[in-house]
Design a protein around this ligand. Structure first.
Ligand SMILES: O=P(O)(O)OC[C@H]1O[C@](O)(COP(=O)(O)O)[C@@H](O)[C@@H]1O
Ligand SMILES: [Mn+2]
Length: 628
C-alpha cells in the first residue's frame, strides 16, 4: 500500500486522508439472522435500514413534516418505483405534480446529505448511480446560503424535470440513501430452507451491498454440503423443500431436474397425513401438488434414514449409535422399540426397506441419488451462490470486538468446553470452529474426501456441532411416532448458561476477545423471553422471519443495530406481504430498545477497519521518514 505513494506530497495527502477517515463516526452495522428464504421480508428490512431510515427522517424533519408526510417519505425511500406510480396516479393537476417533485427532490437531497455526512466523499460517490453522480454531487455539496449557488441548485432541479429524468433520479437517489443508511450487513446464518427465495437473498446482497458477511447456519450447510458431495445433505434439503411445498426452488431457481425423483416417489409412495406439506406462503396447495410433495418427502426421508445408518456405523467417533432406528422397527407389528419402550408406528412407509439389511439402498434409490447429485454438481447458479457463502462467510466472525456465530459453543453443564475427537486430535471452543471452517473451505474450493463430506453432514446434526447445538435430531420420531416425548431435542447446556455473564466472558476469552458481545441466531425467541442475555453480553437475534414459526415467536423477531452511538435492539412485527406493506405503509419495525449508549460517539479509529488504517498510517510515516 505504502509503495503506491512516491513523492513527499502524495504521502502527506494520503496521511491527511487517513486521519480524516479515522475521525469519522463509525458506520452502522446491521445484524440479521434466520432469514429462511423469506426474501420479501428480508428486502423490506434492508430497504428500511432496519428502522434506521425512519429514525433519521424523524431526526431531520420533525417540526417541518407531519408524521404522515414523514411516513410517505420513508416509503418512497423503501419502494421508490411503486410509490412513484401510486403518487402520479393520485395527483391530477400538473402544477401540483411539479410541486410534489420539487418538494420530494429537496427532501431526498436533504436526507442524502444527512446520511452521507459520516462518510468520505469518495465512499459516497460509490453509492451513487453512475448516471447521476455529477448532478447529485452538485446538489449534495451545494451551499444553499449563497444566492448564486441556490440559483444553480434550482436550475438543476428544473432541468431534471424538463428532461423527464425526474423518476429515474428519484429512484436512484432513494437507492443511494438505502445504501448509506446501512454501512455493513451481517447475516448470522440460515438463509436457506423453508421459505420461497433464499436465492433472491443472496443475489440481493451481492448486488446491493458492498460490505457484508455471513456466518454459516446449519441449513446453509445442507446446501454447501450437497455441492461438496454429501448425499445426506442433499437428501435432507430435498426432504425439507418438499415439506414446505418448495420444490420449485430446486427446479426453477437452480435448474435441478426432479422428474426422475418425482416419478420414482409417486410409483412407490402414496399421500399420507404426516407428510402433508406445510404452506409457507399461505397459498392453498393443490391436491396433486400435495401428493407430489408428500411422496417426494417420504422417498427422501427413507433414503436419508438408510444412508444415515451407513454413515453412523462408519463413524463410531460421531457417537450417534442411538440414531440407528431402522433396525429397531418391528415391521410385522408396525412398532418400534427405543430405550426399552415400544411405540406404535403411525403411517409407516417402509416398503422399500429390506428387513434383513435395513440400511441398504435399492438399486433404483442408488440411481436416483446419483442422478440428483450430478444435477446439483452441474447447477451453475448454485455454485455461484455457494461461492458467495464461502467467500464472504465463515463458521464464526470476530468483528469490532463482537463474536458472531449461528448456534452455540458446545459445553457441558458446568460450562466446560466439550471436545470432539477426530483422528486423535481434540477440537473444542474456537479450535472446533476452525477445524470445521477449514474442512468446508477445502471441500468446496479443492476436493472433498469422503471423511470431509461426512464431517459436513455431522455439522447438520451431530451433538457437538456448533451449528446444531442439540443432542439429537428427531426427524424419524416426528414423522412416525405420535408420543411427543420422543420428539424432544435437548439443547446443549450453552442455551441455559448463556444467561450468565461469567459464561459470556469465558467464551469471549476463548476466542481472544475482551469487551465485546456474542451474537447468535438459530433459536427463535419465544413470546415473553428476552433476546438480551448475560447482562447484555449475549444477544439472540433470530429474525423470526420464518412464517411457519410465527406461532412460536408471536412477534416477527429481532435485528440488532450497532452505530456510533451504541447498540440498539430492533423488534419486528410479523411481515405479511410486500404489497400489503406498501399499500398500508406498515413499517414492520416497531420498537427500538437502546442497549448500550456510548459515552462518546464511536469513531472509525476504534473499529477493526480503523486498526488497519492506523497500521497503514504507521507504514506511511516510516516511508515519509525515509524520503526526508
Ligand atoms: O419444523 P420442522 O420443519 O419440522 O423442522 C424441525 C427441525 O428443524 C430444526 O429445528 C433445525 O432447524 P433450525 O436451525 O431452523 O432450528 C431441527 O432441530 C428440527 O428437528
Ligand atoms: Mn439454525
Amino acid at each position: 500500500m505504502a509503495n503506491n505513494f512516491t513523492t513527499e506530497n502524495e504521502l502527506k495527502t494520503e496521511l491527511i486522508n487517513l486521519s480524516a477517515i479515522l475521525g469519522l463516526p463509525k458506520g452502522t452495522e446491521v445484524f440479521v439472522s434466520d432469514i429462511h428464504g423469506e426474501y420479501d421480508e428480508f428486502a423490506h428490512i434492508m430497504r428500511n435500514g432496519s428502522g434506521n431510515t425512519k429514525q433519521k427522517i424523524a431526526e431531520l424533519f420533525t417540526g417541518r413534516l407531519s408524521s404522515v408526510s414523514q411516513k410517505k417519505l420513508a416509503f418512497l425511500i423503501y419502494y421508490p418505483s411503486e410509490i412513484l406510480k401510486r403518487t402520479k396516479a393520485s395527483i391530477d393537476d400538473k402544477d401540483d405534480l411539479t410541486q410534489w417533485y420539487m418538494d420530494t427532490f429537496n427532501n431526498l437531497i436533504e436526507m442524502l446529505r444527512y446520511t452521507a455526512n459520516k462518510y468520505t466523499r469518495s465512499k459516497v460517490r460509490k453509492t451513487l448511480d453512475p448516471e447521476f453522480v455529477y448532478v447529485t454531487e452538485e446538489l449534495l455539496y451545494a451551499d444553499n446560503n449563497m444566492e448564486t449557488k441556490q440559483l444553480s441548485y434550482q436550475n438543476i432541479l428544473d432541468g431534471i424535470i424538463d428532461l423527464q429524468m425526474a423518476d429515474e433520479f428519484i429512484i436512484a437517489t432513494c437507492h443511494s440513501i438505502q445504501r448509506l443508511v446501512v454501512d455493513h450487513v451481517h447475516v448470522i446464518g440460515d438463509i436457506y430452507d423453508r421459505g420461497p427465495h433464499p436465492d433472491f437473498v443472496i443475489e440481493h446482497l451481492a448486488r446491493h451491498w458492498q460490505s457484508f458477511d455471513f456466518q454459516w447456519g446449519n441449513h446453509d450447510i445442507l446446501w454447501m454440503g450437497s455441492l461438496a458431495g454429501s448425499k445426506l445433505c442433499m437428501l435432507n434439503l430435498l426432504r425439507i423443500c418438499a415439506r414446505y411445498d418448495n420444490l420449485t426452488i430446486l427446479q426453477t431457481a437452480y435448474g435441478i431436474d426432479l422428474q426422475k425423483m418425482v416419478d420414482f416417489s409417486l410409483k412407490n409412495y402414496q399421500a399420507q397425513t404426516v407428510f402433508l406439506p406445510k404452506s409457507d406462503t399461505g397459498k392453498k396447495i393443490s391436491k396433486s401438488q400435495a401428493t407430489i410433495d408428500g411422496c417426494v418427502q417420504q422417498a427422501a426421508a427413507i433414503m436419508q434414514f438408510k444412508l444415515e445408518g451407513q454413515t453412523i456405523k462408519k463413524h463410531p467417533e460421531f457417537q450417534m449409535e442411538s440414531r440407528l432406528l431402522l433396525e429397531k422397527i418391528d415391521f410385522d407389528r408396525q412398532t418400534i422399540t427405543i430405550d426399552g419402550q415400544t411405540y406404535p408406528i403411525q403411517e409407516g412407509c417402509f416398503q422399500l426397506i429390506d428387513r434383513e439389511d435395513p440400511y441398504q439402498l435399492t438399486e433404483d434409490e442408488t440411481a436416483i441419488i446419483d442422478y440428483l447429485m450430478e444435477q446439483f454438481a452441474n447447477s451453475e447458479k448454485l455454485h455461484r451462490h455457494i461461492n458467495y457463502l464461502i467467500d464472504n462467510g465463515s463458521m464464526y466472525l470476530k468483528y469490532n470486538d463482537n463474536l458472531l456465530l449461528h448456534g452455540c459453543v458446545p459445553v457441558d453443564k458446568n460450562g466446560e468446553l466439550l471436545s470432539l475427537e477426530i483422528d486423535g486430535h481434540k477440537y473444542f471452543g474456537h479450535t472446533l470452529f476452525d477445524y470445521f471452517d477449514e474442512i468446508i473451505r477445502e471441500a468446496l474450493k479443492n476436493k472433498a474426501t469422503s471423511q470431509d463430506v461426512d464431517m459436513i453432514w455431522y455439522l447438520w446434526t451431530g451433538k457437538l456441532s456448533p451449528l446444531f447445538g442439540k443432542d439429537r435430531m428427531t426427524t424419524f420420531e416426528r414423522y412416525f411416532i405420535a408420543d411427543k416425548k420422543t420428539h424432544v431435542e435437548v439443547l446443549n447446556p450453552y442455551y441455559s448458561l448463556r444467561q450468565e455473564e461469567w459464561f459470556a466472558d469465558k467464551l469471549l476469552q476463548n476466542f481472544g476477545l475482551e469487551n465485546g458481545h456474542i451474537i447468535n441466531g438459530h433459536t427463535p425467541v419465544r413470546v415473553g423471553e428476552s433476546p438480551i442475555m448475560a447482562n447484555g453480553k449475549i444477544f439472540v437475534i433470530d429474525g423470526g422471519m420464518s412464517k411457519p414459526y410465527h406461532k412460536t415467536t408471536g412477534i416477527g423477531g429481532y435485528t440488532l443495530l450497532s452505530n456510533s452511538y451504541g447498540l440498539q435492539l430492533v423488534t419486528h412485527e410479523p411481515f405479511t406481504t410486500r404489497d400489503k406493506a406498501i399499500k398500508e405503509m406498515t413499517d414492520v419495525v416497531s420498537t427500538k430498545r437502546v442497549i448500550e449508549q456510548a459515552v462518546s460517539r464511536k469513531r472509525v479509529a476504534q473499529t477493526d477497519v480503523g486498526k488497519r488504517l492506523k497500521q497503514q498510517r504507521e507504514e506511511l510515516l516510516k516511508q515519509l521518514a525515509r524520503i526526508k
